[in-house]
Design a protein around this ligand. Structure first.
Ligand SMILES: NC(=O)c1ccc[n+]([C@@H]2O[C@H](COP(=O)([O-])OP(=O)(O)OC[C@H]3O[C@@H](n4cnc5c(N)ncnc54)[C@H](OP(=O)(O)O)[C@@H]3O)[C@@H](O)[C@H]2O)c1
Length: 294
């Protein structure tokens, strides 16, 4: 077992976040499990305590669709003087409706939840990560950021990052996961040589949790048919891969990489373009109204 770490897992109320949090608690780490809904978060913490008696897991409230909540949560962590060893950006959404949704902060909801809010949270928590002797930022992206995947293609337009024109939920999701890779890789370049690494991971296709984002017969089909296909990952496999990114000694000192199934993979050409990554970094700073950092 690796040394006990303090780990923030976003979106820990259900799905992969909950399963990864349980694995990390079972391995003896202290987990700050975040949820936007207190009741769901309390149930998740209870579930882990039941499965892992004595497990060190605590609930924190964090709503990525509200930047004030991001700042409040980070402020709490800093105020408590916590050393954050791992920040696992797991929370994410995949909309189904063709209707473009906007957060109270005025951003397209997928871009804010999956990309901009985690970017801001990382920046706000940097002092707590800097207190660790070896910190990790792990961003859960998706293979759907690659060109040629099913549905509407990825197509990030810097002149229309919030999809005011041509909104489609697939495109919003894919663009958000591409942009997440941009800032993850750029963060790694900017953090070096600090002892903080930034990597991204795709958990693979996990129908049992992905089913939560869809309704009707498709939900049933995902849970009962797709979940048994050879290309599907079980919840246990995928959560295990996230926990591995967070704490396995094999990832020590590794940064700026993209993994799936505990193996490095090449992400899309666009994601690896440093000029695009730097451009997105500047855009993200501008959108969430922070100066260039670190
Ligand atoms: N499942 C797959 O096949 C798959 C494949 C590739 C990548 N991924 C990525 O893996 C991650 C986890 O996916 P999953 O399958 O576990 O999805 P999930 O079951 O839908 O869980 C998503 C989690 O994100 C949280 N969340 C959503 N909006 C939030 C917000 N505004 N603020 C804070 N938390 C919020 C949810 O909280 P609530 O309970 O409050 O909604 C939930 O805990 C996501 O980033 C997803 O994009 C999944």
């Amino acid at each position: 077992m690796s040394e006990p770490r303090t780990i923030i897992v976003t979106g820990g109320g259900r799905g992969l976040g909950l399963a990864a949090a349980e694995k990390l608690a079972r391995a003896g780490h202290r987990v700050l499990l975040t949820a936007r809904d207190r009741k769901r978060g309390e149930q998740a913490v209870q579930q882990i305590h039941h499965a892992v008696p004595g497990g060190r897991v605590e609930l924190r409230i964090l709503d990525l669709a509200a930047l004030a909540s991001v700042r409040a949560f980070a402020g709490e962590v800093l105020h408590e003087g916590l050393v954050v060893d791992v920040l696992l950006h797991n929370a994410g959404i995949m909309q189904q409706s063709r209707e473009r949704r906007v957060t109270g902060d005025g951003f397209e909801e997928t871009l804010q939840t999956n990309t901009l809010a985690p970017f801001l949270l990382t920046r706000e928590l940097l002092p707590a990560l800097a207190r660790s002797t070896a910190a990790r930022v792990v961003c859960v992206s998706s293979m759907l950021h690659m060109p040629g995947t099913r549905g509407e293609p990825v197509n990030f337009d810097f002149d229309d990052p919030q999809l005011l024109r041509g909104y489609h939920p697939d495109r919003a999701y894919k663009n958000s996961k591409l942009a997440l890779l941009w800032w993850t890789y750029e963060l790694q370049r900017r953090l070096a040589p600090r002892p903080i690494t930034a990597n991204a991971v795709c958990p693979g296709f996990v129908p049992v949790t992905a089913a939560e984002s869809v309704r009707g017969p498709m939900r049933w089909f995902m849970r009962h048919v797709l979940a048994h296909m050879p290309f599907a990952r079980s919840l246990d496999q995928a959560a295990g891969a996230l926990a591995w990114m967070a704490v396995d000694p094999a990832m020590e000192g590794v940064g700026g990489k993209y993994y799936t199934d505990r193996a490095e993979l090449r992400s899309s050409d666009d994601s690896l373009d440093p000029a695009l990554a730097a451009r997105f970094w500047r855009l993200a700073c501008e959108l969430v109204a922070i100066p260039d950092w670190p």
